[in-house]
Design a protein around this ligand. Structure first.
Ligand SMILES: *Cc1c(COP(=O)(O)O)cnc(C)c1O
Length: 228
């Protein structure tokens, strides 16, 4: 595990340097869905301190088990509004907010615990019907709406491009999210930051870094293939 993690960190650093970016501007989120708590602890001991989870119930159990370790937990899966109450208690950053309705629920629950919940807006940049995320041309209006909520804070955008075995093919989608974030940044919406871009997974994180990713979400390359 140590070797895998060091290898990933080196690749992140190299990809950043190659395109003139600072390695420390790219953060590794170790994706630990379906991975047991003891494996997460092992990855923590090997230098990972941010973990991404997809399912509230599963994450809740593991977060409880690992409560005495200083891990920052991110939520990266599809979130239903009726789970907002749990999400605000468990996660430092929620990558996958794709509707005003969900943001409103998070705002309400975050207010109850006196928290400002950091979120990213998930954008369906490819427009595939099977993908979650707000449509690219709706992102601006949704962000303006959500920016009015006092207990959520938009920090940037996230996307899941279509799957290709060739990372060249995902480049246009990464570029699309990058350009969208720049366009939204120009609007200078109050309480909205576009500093973070969550894109890139095991298959394509180097390409994502080239297009400005600041959060790469990597599971398989750290923990091996998931058997579900
Ligand atoms: C599972 C998952 C990942 C990690 O994918 P790998 O290919 O295992 O690196 C990243 N992002 C999201 C949203 C995921 O669900």
């Amino acid at each position: 595990m140590k070797e895998r993690i060091n290898n990933i960190k080196e690749r992140i650093e190299k990809a950043a340097v190659e395109c003139g970016r600072k390695p420390e501007d790219v953060t590794l989120v170790a994706v630990s869905k379906t991975i047991a708590a003891r494996k997460i602890k092992e990855a923590f001991d090997c230098g990972c301190n941010i973990f991404g989870e997809n399912y509230i119930q599963e994450a809740g159990k593991k977060i409880k088990e690992l409560a005495d370790i200083p891990i920052s937990w991110h939520f990266i899966g599809h979130l239903q509004s009726n789970k907002a109450k749990y999400a605000v208690k468990l996660f430092d950053l929620i990558h996958s907010v794709d509707s005003v309705k969900l943001a409103k629920a998070l705002n309400k629950e975050a207010a109850k615990i006196n928290k400002v919940q950091n979120i990213l807006i998930q954008v369906n940049i490819s427009g595939e019907v099977t993908k979650s995320g707000t449509e690219a041309d709706e992102a601006e209006s949704i962000i303006k709406e959500i920016s009015k909520f006092e207990n959520v804070s938009i920090r940037g955008l996230m996307t899941m491009p279509p799957f290709f075995d060739n990372s060249e093919k995902v480049a246009p989608y990464f570029n699309g999210l990058y350009r969208l974030s720049k366009n939204i940044e120009k609007l200078d919406i109050k309480n909205v930051s576009m500093k973070r871009l969550s894109m890139g997974m095991t298959q394509d994180f180097e390409m994502a870094i080239k297009y400005g990713s600041t959060l790469v979400r990597i599971g398989t390359a750290i923990f091996g293939a998931r058997n579900v």
